[in-house]
Ligand binder design. Structure first.
Ligand SMILES: Nc1ncnc2c1ncn2[C@@H]1O[C@H](COP(=O)(O)OP(=O)(O)OP(=O)(O)O)[C@@H](O)[C@H]1O
Ligand SMILES: [Mg+2]
Length: 266
């Protein structure tokens, strides 16, 4: 970790698509252990920022320091192995070869299995034990997100909300230090949002730092330690929920009537 307690520091991040600036000189930091929310109108650049940070679509300019190390230019799997894991706004689950819900979580562990491929020839018993442990871990994570009973179902049989929870379980399989979540609560009903809030708090208590993109303001205001607001690719505001809620620029650009949701307990 960096000396100042920041796990992630984004500096001057700019991303252009065919000359159009989707991100324009965005800088902010995330304290280790915090839940930081990234909010803003449709098209503000939130997903583009997560893609830039996770290596999926690197920035045109700027730096992304994960525990002090610049990860710009590294592949997604390299960034994941440094402790950053993510979920997607458009769900990405495996359905080929009749992959089940459990298989999808197990796929999150492939990074940890790789070094043991060599051992499959010589150390069968060790591998068997590892497989058992990994399957147990995957089942524990499915239980954590409330999908234990669906372990042997196919992802397509789950509701969209539950498919997002499955993606979260898969992301946790890599033992991340940090999670990037892109609209994880979309598709959840009010009761499910409450459960999801508790789940995020449990994950936070495990010491995992979270950067969450979310339009559900009740959820954001209840869980975020800190918020950064994007508008037209630029940082409009940054601060604790109370200050963001009261910020006239943020109300004007994004919150609008939703500002009444600020501070309302779930
Ligand atoms: N691959 C791409 N090629 C061209 N333009 C893109 C690409 N990806 C994003 N953009 C543009 O960049 C801008 C930011 O898009 P982005 O998806 O990051 O917004 P967002 O804040 O995630 O919005 P939403 O809340 O709707 O998910 C938009 O104008 C979008 O059209
Ligand atoms: Mg988006």
């Amino acid at each position: 970790m960096e000396k100042n307690g920041h796990i992630l520091t984004i500096s001057g991040v700019t991303k252009t698509f065919d000359g159009v600036r989707a991100l324009d000189d965005v800088s902010f930091s995330i304290r280790s252990g915090d839940i930081k929310a990234l909010i803003g109108p449709n098209g503000a650049g939130k997903t583009t920022l997560l893609n830039a940070v996770s290596g999926l679509n690197p920035p045109t300019n700027g730096s992304v320091l994960l525990e002090g190390r610049d990860v710009v230019g590294l592949r997604t799997d390299q960034i994941a192995s440094l402790g950053m894991s993510r979920t997607f706004q458009l769900i990405r689950l495996f359905t080929i070869n009749n992959a089940t819900v459990l298989d999808n979580v197990l796929l999150g562990a492939h990074m940890h299995l790789k070094p043991t491929l060599f051992g499959t020839i010589f150390l069968r018993r060790k591998i068997k034990r590892q497989e058992r442990e990994i399957t147990q871990k995957a089942m524990d994570l499915l239980k954590l997100v409330g999908l234990e009973k669906d372990a042997h179902a196919f992802p397509g049989e789950l509701s969209f909300g539950n498919q997002r929870l499955l993606e979260l379980a898969r992301a946790l399989m890599t033992d991340p230090k940090m999670l990037l979540l892109d609209e994880p609560a979309s598709g959840l009903n009010d009761t499910e949002v409450e459960e999801f809030t508790r789940l995020l708090m449990t994950i936070k208590q495990q010491g995992i730092t979270i950067l969450i993109v979310e339009h559900n303001m009740k959820l954001v205001m209840n869980i975020a330690d800190d918020i950064v607001v994007l508008d037209f690719g630029r940082k409009l505001a940054e601060g604790p929920p109370s200050a963001i809620c009261a910020n006239p620029d943020v109300i004007q650009a994004y919150l609008g009537v939703q500002s009444t949701e600020c501070g309302v307990p779930l």
